[in-house]
Design a protein around this ligand. Structure first.
Ligand code: ZN
Length: 472
């Protein structure tokens, strides 16, 4: 089954051409987990997946492969992680929900345009940024509704208090803008989920470890003090999406509530995790969020097809582990990631981390086993392709500047610590309404449990020979 060797070189257009792999060098070794943490926190974890999500195709040459979701789910289930969490098949987002952030004419376009009808829409392509990065593909609108519905449901689950961590690897499409798609992202499920969380939590923290700047989310909440966005990414002014400089800090009420951590090529495990922990410790102390949304884009791993960092799966996961320790309700979502065998490894490892389960390195047998040759390991060697251009002096100066920005917040006796009146009654009324939509969207393939929630999708996998179709 050794399908899909990633030998295609994808070159044109903005997102992809921003790749500048350097020459090979050695990355520093990462001190792996087990660093004396006392883990008494036993969060209830909800996991959202819809098998169909892995079957969409952006196009043969396009680096975004939804099939990575199928690979991830297979590893997660074959490691038995579904026994440690509630697995849900989420409903699709409704148009009304997507309208909470996106413009009506843009939604109308997404709904109507298909590969068959695109001839009628050519004149809108420039307006809506349609091209190589964001092509029109079959089922595009449905794909958007599926991954966004999952993030919205995950947010509601956190609000209802029936889980502590909600995982949606389908989501995390952080570049999408109100009026247009960007960087392979059409609907911004993160913004939609945060808007839900803000109905209950006075302050929501967004953290982004994708190699690209989380521009769509930052832009959406740039002027509010109720959402702090923190993005760690490559930045040189040219690398996609071109934003994310350290002096982008927010404006108006939101001044200082956007935190950007611009990095150079080749950052290694030790530097990255140290920086992440230092910044996030200060952010958590200062901002005191009621909920955290953690975007886990896997293109920050070494050997990513579009990425230029040197991170290992262990180091990437260490960021998730670190955030979990705070014990704050958390949504964990996907994002970029273009060497798909490593995306699946990364998100499987991180599913284990949120569940508090240490996974053996040897991958379990699964129908996609040959994808993971030759090592069949959860932790392949990923560093060394790119020279580390982040000097100690650069990182020290960067850290100092970010901590200084956060000190401004500490000093300000400000509105941010007021508890905003939660819209819980409105939320409950919406829940009732959306439950009806859940029922309508069920398609007869899953049953209700007694509480009116979904049956665990994991039950569909127990004990049978689960055979997914290859997705491309
Ligand atoms: Zn990315």
């Amino acid at each position: 089954m050794g399908r899909r060797k990633e030998t295609i070189t994808y070159s044109p257009s903005t997102f992809s051409t921003s790749v500048r792999p350097g020459s090979a060098s050695a990355g520093l070794e990462f001190a792996t987990p087990g660093d004396g943490v006392v883990e008494h926190y036993r969060p209830r974890v909800s996991y959202y997946m819809r098998e169909q999500a892995g079957n969409f195709h952006y196009g043969k040459l396009h680096p975004m492969k939804p099939h990575r979701l199928t690979l991830t789910n297979h590893l997660v289930l074959n490691y038995g992680l579904h026994k440690y969490m509630d697995v849900f098949e989420p409903r699709r987002a409704t148009e009304e929900e997507i309208r909470q952030f996106h413009a009506e004419d843009y939604i109308d376009f997404l709904k109507r345009v298909t590969p068959d009808t695109q001839g009628q829409f050519q004149e809108c392509f420039a307006q809506f940024n349609i091209g190589d990065d964001c092509p029109i593909f079959d089922g595009m609108w449905d794909f958007c509704r599926i991954y966004s519905g999952a993030s919205i449901e995950a947010a509601r689950k956190l609000i209802s208090g029936s889980c502590d961590i909600a995982v949606n690897w389908m989501g995390g499409l952080h570049h999408a803008k109100k009026y247009e798609p960007s960087g392979f992202c059409y609907v911004n499920d993160i913004v939609l989920a945060i808007l839900q969380l803000l109905r209950y939590y006075p302050r929501v923290l967004y953290v982004d470890i994708d190699i690209h700047h989380g521009d769509g989310v930052q832009e959406a909440f740039y002027t509010t003090d109720r959402v702090m966005t923190v993005s760690f990414h490559k930045y040189n002014g040219d690398f996609f999406p071109g934003t994310g400089a350290i002096d982008e800090m927010g404006s108006g009420l939101g001044k200082f509530y956007a935190v950007n951590v611009p990095l150079q090529d080749g950052i290694d495990d030790r530097s990255y995790t140290q920086l992440f922990k230092t910044v996030m410790t200060s952010v958590m102390e200062t901002f005191k969020p009621g909920a955290v949304v953690l975007q886990c884009g896997a293109d920050s791993l070494g050997l990513d097809r579009l990425g230029v960092f040197n991170l290992s799966i262990a180091a990437h996961g260490e960021c998730v582990r670190f955030m979990r320790r705070f014990g704050v309700p958390m949504m964990v979502i996907g994002g970029g990631g273009y060497t798909i065998r490593n995306v699946a490894r990364c998100w499987t490892n991180e599913t284990g981390i949120v569940c508090g389960v240490e996974l053996p390195s040897e991958l379990p047998n699964n129908v996609y086993h040959e994808f993971f040759a030759p090592d069949y390991s959860l932790h392949p060697q990923l560093s060394g392709r790119v020279i580390n251009h982040n000097s100690r002096a650069y990182l020290n100066a960067l850290t100092a500047r970010i901590l200084e920005q956060l000190r401004y917040l500490k000093g300000a006796p400000s509105v941010q610590m007021q508890e905003a009146p939660p819209d819980i009654q409105g939320f409950l009324e919406d829940q009732e309404k959306h439950q009806k939509e859940v029922d309508a969207d069920r398609l007869g393939d899953i049953k209700d449990d007694r509480s009116g929630r979904r049956e665990h999708v994991a039950e569909l996998y127990e004990g049978d020979e689960d055979q997914d179709q290859d997705a491309s």
